[in-house]
Design a binder for this molecule. Structure first.
Ligand code: 26W
Length: 840
């Protein structure tokens, strides 16, 4: 979305002018633009080329550099203030930060949109291709990584002294291309061209000791045990601009490097090439993000990555703590460390190691400090996603940490036996070590035992976590368990992504919603206002046109803006049930084929999402959707009325274009399986209606908007659990003609004429294998809800009314609310405002 458009959305707000802003940001008399302005200087001096020959990439870099210049002084002042105030800080540890683009976001948050618009006008430059030059920072798989990015935005906006810690992957989430309907992965070399936002801080490097070395074998990095080595963690900092530009926090990403003198012995013994190869190997540690969402792949290198993140981050924050403090017992008053899922759980033994071995504290004191400093968030209940690492890898890579884990476990199991004498079954279940032929460390148990807070990410999820998944642990520590329903940042997902709607909202209720989303409640009183219906419908239409234009220019694909846009965009996974959506479309297709005169609203069904490269069924689902799209396109009786599109390479930037244009949001996971979902919230605040199951945060969304404004269907989590024993998909096949016809079509190669049998595995998953995710059980109620939605669409005022009530009810789902809850209930951290910049 162009900065210009974002600007227009705020037309009713008094905006400071450029000189005023530059003063606020401490830039004094420096000009942003003009012959001697930052932008022109960067364009010329960074490129040393004639302006005529400068392309979009050069312009992007100059714009990004100028914006970075503008924020630099406040960035420095932010850190200085935290240091000076010795404020309690939040450290958010995450293996993933799915940031997307930064230029337009930073322009928006610095209130520079109007200035960007002026420049566009005066210089007659089009901002769109310049923005398109910025690669998405795709350092995450999906929900968990994007949540971390939204949290950074909210923490900075709420002026919390917070730092994000992650890894600087050279390759982010793979790029998805579709060939012949199949997903193919390509490397995402996003740092090929230098990134203008990052600031490398070689002087703040940290040294990490490991009990292993690395070797490259056939292009694969392998940990070689028994050969101790050390690595450097080099920090690369990125600015996180709070809305209004008052606070500029830091996201610190670590890159692995070896010391120049590391291979000194090898050099001198003559193995020149070998020594250099080893350097290359060690530096490969942070080369690539593991592209697995919801399955723990059990790769030793991933464990080392997790350790590297934890060791670098703790060394860094402990160093900072020691600069201002001498008493270790005050660490929990100065630092709150949040673990984003179990991936950084090694923080438990690592902090213990620092306190015991480096600082020589007694066990009891070290343990008390560790627990009071750490807190853990769980993001999934799927058993295959719960991390477990072989004990033998710990022995090989970090034996001291294993020793500490054993001692934690010995003491912990002692307390369990004391409380539940004779209950050895319970002891086995809660133990940090899974016994068996292969012994494993259970990372979730370690995170729960080693911290003071464990939270889920939506009410139902937190409840299931507490009462089912880790029931025995929750009985040991009932006070530790709590819920923090997820949220998303309204800056990126409404203000920036949807200028048309945010303009209409601001016009109606003012712009306080940007930093207080609960203000949207005020829109309820306009739910029956015909004028506001019109404004909403026009905004939706504008967003559709914007999206269609973007799609056409970037991919060549065509979307008809006069159709209902019905979307399901998220990672491809059986539990998310893209297959259920596809079955719905097959049934609708059959209805149209059987009765070409059937009245049915014209629709565009859009799918997008990546499958984990090794997840074969997920890849087959993508293939099926593409074949379904092809078959419908090739059928003249229906192609004018329904269209299926699979958009390749789903990413943050695509979501920003697609979500505002959507009429219907599909949130159709098997109830009890989606921890929260966050795209559901983005669709809701952008005025889509939700068709969904009672799962994750969708339940709370319906509560907020009123169930009558939602299209909920299907089995509840309780019903899913209760029917596990006797559920039989064949019953639906035999008793429901539409279901049977749809399945028979798939199995008779109707959608795969030239690839007979290709969809056989779908028979296994939907019928013979027992339909674990209960697609067939929910298909009919899905179709009923779908019918109601289509009927509603034919009445634009009735549709607008419900959509407006949805927007009005979406205030709870701002990540500002979520972060305020974390800050007050878990972190006990308050804001630390940054003083005004002195005018130079
Ligand atoms: C180790 C392999 C692995 C990698 C990532 C296992 C599990 C994960 C994540 C926990 C998966 C994930 O992203 N979970 C999603 O987290 C979102 C943010 O809380 C929720 O909204 C989604 O419902 C949840 O699936």
């Amino acid at each position: 979305m162009s900065a210009k458009a974002a600007m227009e959305s705020r037309a009713t707000t008094a905006h400071p002018d450029v000189a005023q802003l530059m003063r606020q940001y401490g830039c004094g008399p420096i000009q942003f633009t003009g012959n001697d302005g930052l932008y022109e200087r960067h364009l010329l001096f960074d490129n040393v080329q004639d302006e005529e020959r400068m392309g979009a990439r050069e312009r992007f870099e100059a714009a990004a550099r100028s914006i970075r210049d503008v924020l630099s002084q406040r960035w420095v002042l932010t850190e200085k203030t935290y240091e000076h105030e010795n404020a309690k800080r939040v450290y958010y540890l995450s293996m993933e930060f799915l940031l997307g683009r930064s230029l337009s976001n930073n322009i928006t948050n610095l209130l520079f949109s109007r200035i960007a618009e002026q420049i566009e006008k005066e210089k007659k430059i089009d901002f769109f291709p310049i923005q398109e030059e910025e690669p998405d920072a795709g350092l995450g798989n999906g929900g968990l990584g994007r949540l971390a990015a939204c949290f950074l935005d909210s923490m900075a906006t709420l002026q919390l002294p917070a730092t994000g810690y992650g890894l600087r992957y050279e390759y982010g989430i793979f790029r998805q291309v579709i060939e012949d309907g199949w997903q193919k992965e390509q490397p995402d070399n996003w740092l090929r061209i230098p990134d203008p936002w990052e600031v490398i801080r070689p002087h703040e490097r940290v040294e990490i000791k490991l009990n292993c070395s690395f070797e490259l074998h056939d292009g694969m990095l392998r940990a070689v045990t028994g050969r101790p080595s050390f690595l450097y963690g080099i920090p690369f900092d990125r600015p996180i601009v709070g809305y209004g530009g008052k606070t500029i926090n830091t996201l610190r990403l670590w890159a692995a490097a070896t010391a120049d003198y590391f291979d000194f012995q090898k050099f001198s013994s003559g193995d020149f090439v070998g020594a250099l190869t080893e350097t290359l190997a060690a530096e490969s540690l942070t080369r690539v993000l593991y592209p697995d969402d919801s399955t723990s792949m059990g790769k030793a290198l991933r464990l080392v990555q997790e350790y590297f993140l934890v060791a670098c981050s703790l060394a860094d924050l402990v160093r900072r703590f020691r600069r201002n403090n001498s008493d270790w017992s005050t660490l929990p008053d100065k630092a709150a460390i949040q673990l984003n899922d179990t991936h950084p759980t090694l923080a438990v033994p690592e902090l213990m190691r620092i306190l015991l071995d480096d600082e020589h504290l007694e066990w009891e004191q070290a343990w008390d400090i560790t627990q009071r400093t750490l807190a853990y968030t769980n993001h999934t209940l799927l058993p295959e996603a719960l991390e477990k690492w072989p004990v033998e890898w710990f022995e090989a890579i970090m034996p001291r940490h294993l020793e500490i884990i054993y001692e934690i476990n010995r003491r912990f199991l002692g307390s369990v036996r004391e409380r539940f004498p004779g209950d050895e079954g319970r002891v086995g279940r809660v133990s940090l070590i899974e016994e068996g032929l292969k012994r494993n460390v259970r990372m979730a148990n370690l995170a729960i035992v080693g911290s003071h807070s464990t939270n889920g990410v939506a009410a139902i999820h937190s409840e299931l976590l507490r009462t089912v998944t880790v029931k025995d642990l929750a009985e040991m520590y009932p006070d530790r368990f709590n819920n923090k329903t997820n949220g998303v940042t309204p800056r990126r997902w409404l203000l920036l992504a949807n200028p048309a709607l945010s303009g209409a909202i601001t016009e109606a209720i003012g712009d306080a919603w940007i930093t207080d989303l609960s203000q949207l409640k005020k829109l309820s009183s306009l739910a029956d206002d015909k004028g506001f219906h019109k404004a909403f419908l026009k905004a939706k239409r504008d967003a559709k046109v914007q999206f269609a234009t973007w799609l056409k220019t970037t991919t060549g694909q065509i979307v008809d803006c006069d159709t209902i846009i019905d979307c399901q965009v998220k990672r491809i996974h059986e539990y998310k049930r893209q297959l259920l959506n596809a079955l719905r479309i097959v049934v609708l297709y059959n209805r149209l084929r059987e009765n070409p005169n059937l009245e049915m609203a014209h629709r565009t069904f859009i799918f997008a999402g990546k499958a984990a490269p090794a997840y074969r069924l997920a890849k087959l689902i993508i293939k099926f959707i593409n074949n379904l799209a092809g078959t419908i396109d090739g059928d003249p009786t229906v192609r004018e009325r329904i269209k299926v599109l699979f958009l390749p390479e789903y990413c943050v930037s695509m979501a920003e274009h697609l979500i505002p244009a959507t009429d219907i949001s599909n949130q159709i996971s098997t109830a009890g399986y989606e921890a929260s979902g966050t795209s559901n919230m983005k669709f809701m605040m952008n005025g889509a209606l939700t068709i969904g199951t009672r799962d994750g945060a969708t339940i709370e969304m319906a509560e907020e908007a009123g169930e009558e404004n939602f299209f909920l269907f299907g089995l509840t989590a309780e019903q899913v659990a209760d029917s596990r024993g006797w559920y039989n998909p064949w019953w639906h096949y035999q008793n429901d003609p539409e279901t049977r016809a749809a399945l028979n079509m798939i199995f008779s190669d109707y959608f795969s004429r030239n690839e007979p049998g290709v969809f056989e595995p779908l028979r296994e998953t939907l019928l013979t294998g027992g339909d674990h995710y209960m697609h067939l059980a929910d298909l009919n109620s899905y179709l009923d809800a779908d019918q109601q939605l289509c009927t509603l669409y034919s009445n634009p005022d009735a549709w607008a009314r419900k959509a407006i009530l949805n927007i009005a009810g979406s205030g709870k789902f701002s990540s500002d609310r979520t972060i305020t809850d974390y800050a007050t209930e878990i972190w006990k951290v308050g804001s630390c405002p940054i003083p005004e910049c002195g005018v130079k």
